[in-house]
Design a protein around this ligand. Sequence first.
Ligand code: ZN
Length: 111
Amino acid sequence: MHQSARVKHMKSVSALSCSNEKCLDYGKKGSGNIVVHSRYGKHDEIRMLKCKTCGSYFSERTNTALYNGKLQKDKALKIIYHLSKGCSIGKINRLTGVSRDAISRLAHIER
Ligand SMILES: [Zn+2]
């Protein structure tokens, strides 16, 4: 087992854009509206971001999870919100009805 695949590539927030379709800065990169709000995940490796333009929160994992999975966006955002508050997967499962599997996919980075 070698570790080379585990090297972290932290994208600068300027490479990320707002995921709120109704936002004025939706999809715009590097406009300075995205700030890091907090971190979550096993090793705090996932950043919770905030758009200063529309005030919405999202995770840098949100888009990936949505593209890969079948989760609805509002559900995914809810899960990420609960995760950032430190809720357990079991609790989020009860709150949202989303499968533990889907929740843990959002909670943990797959490399
Ligand atoms: Zn926005």
